[in-house]
Ligand binder design. Structure first.
Ligand code: 5GP
Length: 189
């Protein structure tokens, strides 16, 4: 997706060899017009995948996932990173290791928002090692849903997540697949 790649080159900052800062349009401030285009791009790519629901992980996945759900006219399900006191019953949980926080958390799905037979499109802002995506897949499949595919706004292709998901048989689409990163230099596949 050319518009997204240009924006990453213009405003993204490679903090190190493996962390990309995109706080000005995706993580801390959201360019909603760009996210609308992101949602439409995912909707086009997965148009024939029989998607009945979009799912994402709070919080940075919500903007691109909401726009995708809107473009596909399906509900959006949000997986939480911890179980609150008002989210006790009807939940599935799995431990996930956070790339950005470098610590584990309990990924939580409220089961009744996914039906057996659903085909879920999983959307997230980044795909790195695939921990978050595999955690979501464990929970969604545990609830009886099928995975229509995984869409990453940005996938760091030099990290193993994308390859592992594909090896496990899942369809992965990355709108901006980053081949390599160094301070001041970002290259796409
Ligand atoms: P994974 O679970 O695939 O290792 O990492 C994906 C999750 O970590 C995403 O949900 C995203 O929030 C975060 N993440 C991974 N790499 C980056 C990065 O380079 N920059 C930012 N801002 N977040 C990242």
């Amino acid at each position: 997706m050319e518009m997204l790649k240009q924006r990453i080159l213009q405003d993204g900052r490679a903090l190190s060899g493996d962390v990309l800062l995109v706080d000005s349009f995706l993580n801390n401030q959201v360019d909603v017009k760009l996210m609308q285009a992101v949602g439409e791009a995912f909707a086009r790519r997965f148009a024939n995948a029989g998607v009945t629901r979009v799912a994402t992980v709070e919080s940075s996945g919500i903007a691109p996932a909401a726009m995708t759900a809107l473009a596909m006219d399906v509900p959006l399900v949000i997986l939480k990173k911890s179980a609150s006191r008002i989210l006790q019953d009807d939940i599935l949980q799995t431990e996930v290791f956070s790339f950005t926080k470098n610590a584990p958390y309990q990924l939580t799905l409220k089961k009744r928002f996914v039906q057996p037979g659903d085909r879920v499109l999983l959307i997230d802002d980044f795909l790195a090692n695939g921990e978050a995506a595999f955690g979501c897949i464990r929970l969604l499949e545990g609830a009886g849903a099928g995975i229509a595919g995984v869409g990453a706004v940005i996938a760091k292709a030099f990290q193993p997540g994308m390859r592992k998901l594909r090896e496990a048989g899942y369809r992965v689409e990355a709108l901006a697949p980053v081949k390599s990163m160094a301070e001041g230099k970002i290259e796409f596949e």
